[in-house]
Design a binder for this molecule. Structure first.
Ligand code: GLU
Length: 425
């Protein structure tokens, strides 16, 4: 047996768990949360660390490290994706789980927050290796997940394909199909129409509402999008369809720029053919560091955490930042952007479309009754724009940032549920 070498250098520029807790402390003051409640919400309910021995194609065995963290279940079963990334850490997974609690509460979903992760580089693994690793990871956390307990979904590095393996592994162990155990499944096995595009669609709805507040239409706005995974790619498609001008795009290898607008279909075709966006005809190359500083109206960081920090936030040219990723703006960057009058649409609001349609998928699975895509999208619009309106109202009433307003609403709801249920025993 061999153990994996040390993980690759991390994208994390500071401790994400400390960042999540400091955001919570800030809002605790704002809503006058008592210390006992702050202490409860500052910790994760449960964090499981597992080892995942996996047969590799060469015949050897590698042992991957995996996590599943439940932050809070006061409002319902915990919900959150599973991340496959070589730099992912337990601390990061805890922060992501906490953010899921706030996101679900802000959207009014009957869920708490969770997150899972496996330290691996999915891009360098074969299909067979990924499947064996995913099935073994599922088996290792099988007592932690379930439709009434904790419901995983895709995140960075995972997709409907992995969700199908998780669904199958769990179901084979139970002896019958359990549709509600995981969301983001392929349509053939109980997925929901509209789930794949849901995170991007939610971000586009929130962006449209924010622009409306500034009396600007989406049409003609210049957009820069960092990240070309499920969120960045679909956001580019949706916004281009709405008449926006896509000025810059990037993937983990680098970015492309064309101030006159990038044709998104050509970018998708180029990425499919070459594996990277770089070299897209008619564009200039930019690095990921440069992309967040390009001239545009809206910047959408849709990759990983910490794209905007105290180092670069003073040079952001966009008027609006839409957090398609989780945690792309550090608290120090938040303050700089706020001082400069840049409107930051926080992750718990801007990228919540994914978990909202996950909720719809869970409901459809439990009822074994599936909805039309137009119904899914209309209900998504209702929930996301409703949450935007509530957040905006508090942002104006209390003169606080949208992040603080969103957190105040979310944390308040979780605290209320905790108080109403009472402390066991
Ligand atoms: N991973 C996504 C997120 O961060 C989706 C989670 C879910 O659908 O449960 O919101």
């Amino acid at each position: 047996m061999t153990t994996l070498a040390a993980p690759t250098p991390t994208h994390l520029k500071e401790d994400p768990w400390e960042m999540a807790r400091s955001q919570l402390r800030r809002v605790a003051e704002l809503i006058e949360l008592d210390d006992a409640m702050l202490n409860v919400l500052s910790e994760c309910k449960k964090a499981v660390v597992v080892s995942i021995p996996t047969r590799m194609d060469g015949g050897g065995v590698e042992v991957f490290e995996g996590f599943r963290v439940n932050h809070n279940v006061a409002r319902g079963p915990s919900k959150g994706g599973i991340r496959y990334h070589p730099g992912v850490t337990l601390e990061e997974t805890k922060a992501l789980a906490m953010w899921m609690t706030w996101k679900c509460a802000l959207m009014g979903l009957p869920f708490g927050g969770a997150k899972g992760a496996v330290v691996c580089d999915p891009k360098s693994m074969s299909l067979g290796e990924l499947e064996r690793m995913t099935r073994r990871y599922t088996t290792e956390i099988i007592n932690q997940i379930g439709p009434e307990m904790d419901i995983p979904a895709p995140d960075v590095g995972t997709s409907p394909r992995e969700m199908a393996w998780i669904f199958d592994t769990y179901s084979m162990n139970k002896g019958y199909s359990v549709l509600g155990v995981v969301t983001g499944k392929p349509l053939q096995v109980g997925g929901s129409l509209g789930r794949v595009e849901a995170t991007a669609r939610g971000a586009a709805f929130v962006m449209r509402e924010a622009l409306r507040k500034l009396d600007q239409p989406v049409r003609g706005r210049r957009i820069a999008i960092q990240g070309f995974g499920n969120v960045g790619r679909n956001l580019a498609k949706i916004l281009a369809g709405d008449g926006a001008l896509i000025a810059a795009l990037s993937d983990s290898a680098g970015g492309v720029l064309n101030a006159a607008g990038i044709d998104v279909d050509s970018a998708i075709a180029h990425k499919a053919e070459h594996g990277v966006l770089s070299g897209l005809p008619g564009t200039e190359p930019v690095t990921n560091d440069e992309l967040v500083l390009v001239d545009c109206d809206v910047l959408a960081p849709c990759a990983l955490e910490h794209s905007l920090t105290a180092e670069n936030a003073d040079r952001v040219k966009a008027a609006i930042v839409v957090e398609g990723a989780n945690g792309p703006v550090t608290p120090a960057a938040d303050m700089i952007l706020e001082d400069r009058g840049v409107l930051v649409l926080p992750d718990v609001l801007a990228n919540a479309g994914g978990v909202v349609v996950s909720y719809f998928e869970w409901v459809q699975g439990l009822q074994e009754y599936f909805w039309k895509e137009s119904e899914v999208n209309a209900k998504l619009n209702d929930i996301v724009t409703g949450a935007f309106a509530e957040t905006w109202r508090l942002h104006e009433e209390r003169s606080v940032s949208l992040r603080e307003a969103a957190y105040a609403l979310a944390v308040g709801r979780v605290a209320e549920a905790t108080t109403t249920r009472g402390l066991y025993p």
